[in-house]
Design a protein around this ligand. Structure first.
Ligand SMILES: Cc1ncc(COP(=O)(O)O)c(C=O)c1O
Length: 473
């Protein structure tokens, strides 16, 4: 894939700031973009001349930066071809080709680091077992049919409709289409509703895989800031007039955990079609149980999931929309998949009917973990601002200095994996931020924060990291 000089310039952001010669700052910044996954493996970079023009710098500077990256194994070159992104040949021992196979089943082996790149809770063991037992009893009812159902099973569509009804939004089952998780729902909606070059209004920061779903269909992003005080309705409305689609995470926003206020929701009335991602809506930690967005915007397309309120391994999500919209989604679906596994749907219907998405014990545990994480930050990273989110699964922590990508590349050496702030935005924004999930036990969270503090100290002392970016969820 060729990347244009302007796209690279946007990703580089303010690369000229900092000490040292310009070519070194440029190669450092490009290396971080490679390690962070924003310049993907195999991507073809612009020519030296084009990038120099886009950056307003000399071709010598870009040439020297590219040469450094080639020397360190981050770029491959061939005569008369663009330089392509690669990674150095000496990966950590556990990834080395030919490394002795572990005798332990890899899925049960202890992870080498504490993984703070995923914001997802573990499964509620007994509840899940019981739901699957009931699902198996009900499964034979489906045996007489073919099992391909692009809208989902009647049981789950009814259970999701009731879930909205209990939240105050009357919903009929024919307004619900079941998907393989919320991410699948977003990808289907992007393919159905967008054409190349369409503009999509997004929260900034936002959920990284949503960015990916929109850029994959070659849409352009129109970021609107979500600040510590929340969403600015006037800015959203102005951007909405220029956009073909809006994608908002009103509650609880990933990564900040914020909840859009009732007054902003009620007065929003965006001019473009709006997709609201309510994946985290059942994770209110401070008593605020947000109203469904569509209550005040009946045409809104709502995306939901049980991945965060029950378990991501179920891979069950849904779209709530007018039947005409769902029909288009259903048609688009056949290009990639022909339905969602029936047993998982039946189990999820049981869990929704039993109202397992707002379990008090699970919410209590999250509150305790959120507190433990913030206390550890206060103790080991005292100059880092870690505001208390009203819900969701993550703290959006602000460092005083722009260290996020370098910290993400170095942190695994200190026993912890994080997703760097710029993954949650566009144009290289959020270099001061790190998303810290509180889905692990308290003791692990404290150890992870200590590891981050050590990594940060090592950065101050001049260390550089070389780890590839972790996947995020
Ligand atoms: C805001 C948001 N939307 C969608 C998803 C994807 O959810 P699912 O696991 O249901 O695909 C996530 C997962 O982290 C998320 O945070």
């Amino acid at each position: 894939m060729k990347i244009s000089s302007h796209a690279v310039a946007r990703m580089l952001g303010s690369w000229q700031e900092g000490a040292g010669p310009a070519h070194q700052r440029l190669s450092d910044r490009l290396r971080l973009l490679i390690l962070d996954g924003r310049l993907s493996l195999g991507a073809a970079l612009p020519s030296e001349r084009d990038l120099a023009a886009a950056l307003g710098t000399s071709r010598t500077t870009v040439g020297a930066a590219y040469r450094t990256l080639v020397d360190h194994g981050y770029l491959a070159t061939r005569a008369r071809a663009r330089a392509t992104v690669r990674l150095p040949d000496d990966p950590p021992p556990e990834r080395r080709a030919g490394a002795a196979p572990s005798t332990i089943n890899p899925s049960f082996a202890a992870p080498p680091t504490i993984d703070l790149s995923f914001a997802a809770p573990p499964a509620p063991n007994e509840i899940l077992h019981a739901a699957f037992a009931t699902a198996l009893e009900r499964l034979p009812r489906h045996f007489a049919r073919h099992g391909y159902d692009r809208y989902g099973t009647a049981e789950l569509r009814a259970a999701v409709a009731d879930w909205y009804g209990r939240r105050g939004l009357p919903t009929r089952p024919d307004h619900v289409l079941i998907t393989n998780g919320a991410q699948h729902a977003l990808a289907l909606l992007a393919r159905t509703l967008l054409s190349p070059r369409d503009k999509v209004l997004i929260d900034h920061p936002t959920y990284p895989h949503a960015i990916r779903a929109f850029t994959d269909v070659r849409a352009r992003l129109l970021p609107v800031a979500v600040t510590p005080s929340g969403w600015d309705a006037a800015q959203l409305r102005a951007a909405g007039r220029a956009a073909h689609l809006a994608y908002l995470i009103p509650d609880f926003h990933n990564p900040t955990g914020l909840c859009m206020s009732a007054s902003v929701r009620r007065g929003l009335k965006l001019a473009c079609p709006t997709v609201v991602d309510e994946t985290m809506t059942d994770l209110a930690l401070d008593g605020t149980e947000p109203e469904p967005f569509a209550l005040h915007a009946p045409a809104a397309i709502s995306v939901g999931s049980v991945s965060k309120s029950i378990w991501g391994g179920l891979r069950i999500g849904w779209i709530r929309a007018a039947p005409a919209v769902l029909e288009r989604v259903e048609q688009a679906r056949s290009a990639t998949d022909l339905g969602t596994p029936v047993v998982e749907q039946l189990a999820t219907a049981v869990l929704l009917d039993q109202r397992q998405t707002r379990r008090p014990d699970a919410l209590d545990r999250l509150r305790a973990q959120r507190d433990a994480l913030r206390q550890a930050v206060a103790a080991h990273l005292p100059d880092v601002d870690a505001p208390e989110p009203p819900g969701g699964l993550t703290v959006w922590a602000a460092f005083p200095e722009p260290v996020s990508s370098r910290l993400a590349a170095l942190a695994p050496d200190h026993g912890v994996t994080i997703a760097a702030g710029p993954r949650f935005g566009v144009g290289g924004a959020f270099e001061r931020y790190v998303r810290l999930p509180y889905t692990l036990p308290e003791e692990q969270l404290t150890r992870a924060v200590r590891g981050l503090a050590r990594a940060r100290q090592a950065l101050v002392e001049g260390a550089t990291g070389r780890h590839t970016p972790a996947p995020v969820a």
